[in-house]
Design a protein around this ligand. Sequence first.
Ligand code: FES
Length: 71
Amino acid sequence: MANATQITVKDSGPFLVKGPMTLLDAEGNEFSVDKETVALCRCGASTNQPFCSGTHRKIEFESVVRAGESE
Ligand code: FES
């Protein structure tokens, strides 16, 4: 799985997406992604959607999830 895309749910932060990806909006238009790793907003408050702008820290977003703990 060397080329598999990896998505990490950061504690009280964004989704970190690393690896080959195509990022589309709801209409199928592609976002320009020129990095190997991108941070996607999980808190909903980013000023640069769908990317994380760091605003999660300002709003004190809290969410800690662990695999296997959801229903
Ligand atoms: S997760 Fe960083 S701004 Fe939303």
